[in-house]
Design a protein around this ligand. Structure first.
Ligand SMILES: *Cc1c(COP(=O)(O)O)cnc(C)c1O
Length: 472
């Protein structure tokens, strides 16, 4: 596969370079494959559907062709995924796609574990340590730290906004030892991301260290996230006629979004033939993308804090990829978008629990509410000309190409549940009246000592720290 760059389409490079560089420091652009090959229809139409690992292997293959042999790719996939995504029906037309069965209980395990193994594979023939710098709004850091922990030749420095993530998230981040460490930055997620981005474009620093990113800007995190869209849409395609009594319902993927890496992966799966009719981009008050879809103007802004804090992103990096792949009109035909403020998030957790019995986390809750609102009247009102003010929470006033499938009640939704509810236990308990059960992997981490290193929101200080603390 040839990879190009979102800012300069004359760039042509291979998978190895795209993965190891993270982003193109010469242009500041993001790597993107030049094509998204379709899977064979005989593979897609299997009933029962192929296994998650088979899907993962077949989807990854074209992107690593000639660089990773089949046996090695299969070994990477088996080692990355000792767990699977789970499709859980919650009513006759809604499925929750549980993406939290990995070691850190969030969907980022899918991307991070694949990336770590691919980087380690390519790094075997390089000299010296490869330094990963990663900014996190919560779940990225722990997924990346866990995925790279004790991987030889690799070293990870995580930056997170102090006091702006949940207690469990902070524990997960601050208790790593050995080749993984966390810096708690006095600032926001966007500040952390800026420090990391500045480091990547710092020629002086790059002379001393081999640096790479692990944020969702890295293509090796984005590609594997497309696997579970394919998997879940095939599962749902096969079972929805039985559950819903609809013959051939449209399948919509509802995606709680922050940096829009997850949604971009969904677009890749659709390109590759996943039977997904369209997407609902669901955000919290950091509604930069819903505003763009409503008005056509893209205005990045400082992030604001919410209960769904892994989505507190005011300047989503993957906007640049989406814009390179599609026109605004194409985006509007594929996407509905929807956002909730904090009060709405809490009500959504309660609402999901009351209507379905399912305990959902604050991120997934936005997806649940978006889907439930859209199917029970919001889309029909919009189609009939009753436009919601885009500055108020709810469905953004832009009608996707698939709106008629909703109005005629011929659609089912897959809601991506991106984190385990216990990671956000206090708000979930307030909303449902019950503490969610804490999975064992989370309980263990609560007893480990906190090792995070304090860091000011200042690039010169950050650079100085890197220079005097990292091994070359
Ligand atoms: C990272 C994260 C998101 C947002 O995913 P993006 O790819 O940044 O859009 C949503 N929910 C949870 C729990 C996350 O950790």
């Amino acid at each position: 596969m040839i990879y190009t760059d979102t800012r300069d389409s004359s760039v042509k490079t291979d998978f190895r370079t795209a993965v190891m560089n993270g982003m193109n420091s010469a242009t500041g652009g993001l790597y993107i494959p030049v094509s998204f090959p379709k899977l064979d229809s005989s593979f897609i139409n299997k009933n029962p559907e192929p296994s998650f690992r088979d899907i993962a292997f077949n989807m990854a293959k074209p992107y690593v062709e000639n660089e990773i042999p089949d046996e090695d790719l299969m070994a990477i996939i088996c080692d990355a995924y000792p767990f699977s995504p789970k499709v859980v029906p919650v009513d006759s037309t809604s499925y929750v796609l549980e993406l939290f069965h990995g070691p850190t209980c969030a969907f980022k395990d899918f991307g991070a574990r694949f990336m770590a193994r691919v980087m380690s594979y390519f790094n075997r023939t390089e000299k010296g340590t490869l330094h990963i710098l990663v900014a996190t709004s919560g779940d990225t850091g722990s997924a990346v730290g866990s995925a790279f922990h004790n991987v030889p030749g690799l070293d990870v420095t995580i930056l997170y906004p102090e006091g702006k993530i949940s207690k469990i998230q902070e524990k997960q981040l601050s208790t790593f030892t050995g080749n993984v460490r966390a810096l708690k930055v006095k600032g926001t997620f966007d500040d952390c991301q800026k420090l990391v981005k500045t480091a990547f474009t710092d020629a002086d620093l790059r002379k001393q260290f081999r640096l790479s990113s692990a944020n969702s800007i890295n293509i090796s995190r984005l590609l594997p996230q497309s696997f579970y869209y394919m998997y879940s849409s095939l599962v749902v395609k096969n079972r929805a006629p039985l559950d819903s009594k609809l013959e051939n319902p449209a399948i919509l993927a509802v995606v709680p979004s922050g940096n829009f890496g997850n949604l971009t992966s969904g677009l890749i799966a659709k390109e590759m033939g996943a039977p997904i009719e369209g997407f609902v981009a669901a955000t919290n008050s950091n509604n930069t993308i819903p505003d763009w879809i409503a008005t056509g103007d893209y205005n990045a802004r400082p992030s604001v804090e919410t209960y769904a804090n892994a989505m507190d992103v005011g300047a989503p990096s993957n906007y640049e990829r989406i814009k390179t792949m599609y026109s605004l009109e194409q985006v509007r035909s594929m996407f509905a978008s929807y956002w909730l403020d904090n009060e709405g998030i809490k009500e959504a957790i309660t609402d999901c629990n009351t209507k379905t019995g399912y305990t959902i986390d604050p991120h997934g809750a936005i997806g649940w509410k978006a889907w439930d609102d859209i199917r029970s009247g919001a889309m029909e009102s919009l189609v009939n000309g009753k436009k919601n003010d885009y500055k108020k929470p709810g469905l953004t006033p832009s009608v996707p190409a698939w709106a008629d499938k909703i109005v005629s009640k011929n659609a089912v939704g897959i809601i991506l549940e991106t984190a385990h509810p216990a990671k956000f236990g206090s708000i979930v308990a307030e909303a449902t009246g019950r503490e969610p059960v804490i999975p064992e992997s989370l309980a263990e981490v609560m007893n480990l000592p906190d090792q995070a290193i304090p860091m000011e929101n200042n690039y010169a200080k950050f650079k100085e720290w890197l220079k005097s603390n990292l091994a070359e």
